[in-house]
Design a protein around this ligand. Structure first.
Ligand SMILES: CC(C)(COP(=O)(O)OP(=O)(O)OC[C@H]1O[C@@H](n2cnc3c(N)ncnc32)[C@H](O)[C@@H]1OP(=O)(O)O)[C@@H](O)C(=O)NCCC(=O)NCCS
Length: 393
């Protein structure tokens, strides 16, 4: 099979969406076309073609994502799919290589993605950088302390919701900025995706909001509905407590399902007995340093660091070699060096550690200078809480 990788044109967007849906084993739905197309800049997207037919797709969104230290430009990789007829013949590999070269040429330092299967992207230099907990909570789960009273109202998500999100996103590692198109994407709620659930609801309180839907279910006459929480965003402890109490106390529900950060205060502060939250851990963001030196100076470090890193990178030769990273909470420099390395590692190890959610010492890093791995691991740690993201893009 021969195939060619080309940029999408505007006219290719819908056929490429169809191919992507087919790759994911589904069918593109007309109700999704406009909202999905609204966030796509075709010049950042690719089609692999076999003759006229699109057999594979990949692309990226130009995001602003928060890393330790603040928001920075990040390429949000997406739309990765290859038709079943053309799998295991190198289409994905070609798409990934082309995208990395182009991202480097346009000056992108960091790429991030959600993986359909965690095992796919390590070979392209991505490391698992953020994790989340998928929780199933019983209705009525008790809190340690009483909840401060305050207003709660069901509203259309408006300016207060967007501003709250923007402020929380700007200080939470892994979160991306949302413009109008991305708010449209987040609030998109077509019937074919509801699976029997209610319309998306937005409950607002002073200092926060939650997006959720309910599914009514009765088992042997017992109300056993489910609350599916899309996101809880709170700027204060009181707002968080009020929103969670509301979600956990909705009548006729039996279970509340939500994904949260691994250090979410719901578990560490609010619940009297956190064990009632049945939790499963899963990978969330996978990060790739497209340009090692540029990426390493974009973030801040949790402790002072002065380390020489010998980096291997099968796909991006410009990253290979030794780099001296000096930095701390105020910023960092990263320069090529001939000095003896303290640590030998793959670019995927740096991607994994980049957001502060995966300790460098938990990766297969070779320590050449005694103590260097522990010090670097501390410096690469989180500045303000565990990174994660509430939304698959
Ligand atoms: C995942 C997918 C894009 C792979 O495409 P492909 O063209 O078959 O991949 P390639 O032939 O280029 O294979 C590249 C490598 O990835 C490996 N690989 C492919 N799919 C994999 C998977 N699901 N899990 C683990 N490894 C995988 C291949 O074995 C190959 O390994 P190698 O480099 O060691 O030889 C394709 O199977 C697909 O579209 N799956 C359904 C949609 C999906 O999951 N997309 C990813 C969204 S994040």
């Amino acid at each position: 099979m021969t195939f060619e990788i080309q940029h999408l044109t505007a006219a290719d967007v819908v056929p490429a969406m169809d191919a992507l849906e087919q790759a994911f084993g589904g069918v593109a739905h007309p109700a999704d076309t406009d909202v999905e197309a609204s966030v796509v800049d075709p010049t950042r997207f690719y089609a692999a073609r076999d003759g006229e037919r699109i057999v594979g797709t990949a692309g990226s969104f130009a995001f602003s994502m928060t890393v330790p230290g603040g928001p920075v430009p990040v390429a949000g990789v997406t739309w990765v799919g290859v038709l079943p007829t053309h799998r295991r013949q190198g289409v994905l590999g070609s798409l990934m290589s082309r995208q990395l070269v182009d991202l480097h040429e346009e000056g992108s330092a960091v790429a991030a993605l959600w993986a359909s299967e965690a095992a796919i992207y390590g070979r392209y230099g991505y490391g698992t950088a953020a994790w989340l907990l998928s929780l199933a909570l019983p209705r009525g789960a008790a809190f340690r302390t009483p909840v401060p009273t305050g207003r709660l109202s069901l509203e259309e998500p408006g300016a207060q919701v967007r501003e709250t999100y923007a402020r929380v996103a700007a200080r939470t590692a892994g979160w991306t900025h949302r413009d109008d198109a991305w708010w449209g994407f987040r609030l998109h709620d077509p019937e074919h995706r509801r699976d029997g659930a209610s319309l998306l609801q937005c409950v607002v309180t002073d200092g926060g909001y939650a997006l959720y839907a309910t599914t009514v279910r009765w088992v042997d006459g017992v109300p056993s509905g489910e609350v599916g929480v899309r996101e809880v965003v709170a700027e204060t402890t009181a707002a968080r407590a009020r929103l969670w109490r509301y979600l956990l106390d909705l009548d006729l529900m039996g279970t509340v399902r939500v994904a949260v950060a691994t250090d979410d205060p719901l578990l560490t502060d609010l619940l009297a007995e956190p064990r009632v939250a049945r939790a499963s851990l899963r990978d969330c963001l996978h990060v790739r340093l497209v340009d090692v030196s540029a990426a390493l100076v974009l973030r801040r470090y949790a402790a002072d660091i002065d380390v020489v890193l010998a980096v291997t990178d099968r796909h991006c030769p410009w990253n290979e070699g030794s780099w001296r990273l000096e930095g701390g909470r105020g910023g960092a420099t990263c320069t090529r060096t001939e000095q003896t390395p303290d640590l030998e590692l793959d670019v995927a190890d740096l991607g994994a550690a980049y957001l502060g959610g995966t300790p460098l010492r938990s990766r297969p890093v070779h320590e050449r200078a005694s103590g260097a791995l522990g010090r670097a691991s501390t410096a690469f740690g989180a500045l303000e809480g565990a990174p994660w993201h509430p939304q698959v893009w």
